[in-house]
Ligand binder design. Structure first.
Ligand code: GAL
Length: 342
């Protein structure tokens, strides 16, 4: 493990960058700000080493951005309608900063916090964050840990959390992939396959409308590998309203299993996403509008990356029959995901 100073927060606190892994295997650069994946360099199918995730050049760019590039998002990834819900008999009110809803843990989410490196070696690093009781409105002091490990062409990310009072937890990693390399342009030609037979339609603010529906006959049908471009240009009202895909799909099966495959024919690079979560938010970079810059200074435009975010289904506090995000004292939240490169 190597580390260096990446930058500093406005109050002067240092943001460090830690590197794990060794070429020709994956080499992962992590930031203590947001326990963020800053760069992920892999050997592509054509033999060329490329960074296949989007990232910001500076701390200031990151703090000014609402794209969550590579960040660990929490305490509750995705949306909670109106930022209000009932938990253990009382009403919880959390921060709302996305069209009236809570998104990715509130305005000052885990992606904006300095995480402490609690262990690190050549191939792994573990980062910890203690989120106080009442943080963004969420009850209970939550201790979260994210452990990154690099091995044999893959990266494993293990999220854990414990609490001292009843709360809700839904952590994920928000990396955007471009298998032709960061800043290489659109991923429209990437082939996507999803191990999912149903998806959750949403209202214009991204809140689930009701029950999941079959993907059959919709642009969300990626049961067989298909290019992303035609789906995000479909006239399906769900796609039009979200300006692309920004939807939760129900991953078939249980336990750690394959959830998605992303492949670029241009560089012959293939990524499998494995996850133990019931849902996967598929987000095709719809809000990237040219105003954010890559670590190499290039503008990110719509569709320049795709985020595949394993998690619970969105807005679970309002859907008691969906897998629950509630965490009680004495329990341990665990979420494992893997990025496997051929
Ligand atoms: C996604 C979310 C999108 C958007 C994005 C960040 O996870 O589903 O609607 O908010 O994060 O820009």
């Amino acid at each position: 493990m190597r580390h260096m100073r990446f930058g500093q927060l406005p109050d002067g606190q240092a943001v460090d960058l830690h590197t794990i892994g060794t070429a020709p295997g994956p080499v992962l650069e992590l930031l203590t700000l947001g326990a963020t994946v800053h760069r992920l360099e892999v050997t592509c199918g054509d033999g060329v080493r490329r960074n296949v995730v989007l990232g910001h050049a500076t701390v200031a760019d990151r703090l000014a951005s609402d794209a969550y590039l590579g960040a660990t998002v929490g305490r509750y990834a995705n949306r909670i309608a109106h930022g209000r819900f009932e938990l253990a008999g009382r009403e919880v009110v959390v921060g709302t900063h996305d069209r009236g809803n809570s998104l990715h843990g509130g305005p000052d989410g885990f992606d904006r916090r300095l995480w402490e490196v609690v262990s690190a070696g050549a191939d792994h690093a573990a980062l910890r964050l203690v989120s106080p009781d009442g943080d963004q409105g969420f009850p209970g002091e939550l201790t979260a840990q994210v452990r990154y490990e690099v091995a044999d062409g893959m990266v494993r990310v293990r999220h854990e959390a414990t609490t001292d009072a009843t709360t809700v937890v839904n952590l994920t990693n928000h990396s955007y992939f471009n298998l032709d390399g960061d800043g290489a342009g659109s991923v429209d030609h990437h082939l996507l396959s999803l191990d999912a037979d149903a998806y959750v339609p949403v209202d214009p603010t991204g809140i689930p409308l009701g029950e999941p529906v079959p993907v059959d006959g919709t642009p969300f049908d990626f049961r067989a590998a298909a290019p992303i471009g035609p789906a995000v240009r479909s006239n399906d009202p769900q796609v039009v309203s979200a300006r692309g895909i920004d939807h939760d799909v129900l991953v078939r099966g249980e336990g750690l299993r394959r959830a998605a495959v992303l492949e670029s024919p241009a560089t012959s690079t293939r990524l499998e996403l494995w996850s133990d979560q019931p849902g996967l938010q598929v987000y095709t970079g719809n809000f990237l509008d040219g105003s954010l810059r890559s670590s190499l200074g290039k503008a990110y435009r719509q569709g320049d990356g795709i985020a595949l975010e394993p998690q619970l289904h969105p807005d679970t506090p309002h859907h008691p029959d969906w897998p629950s995000a509630v965490l009680e004292p004495g329990e341990r939240y665990v979420h494992v995901l893997e990025w496997r490169f051929d």
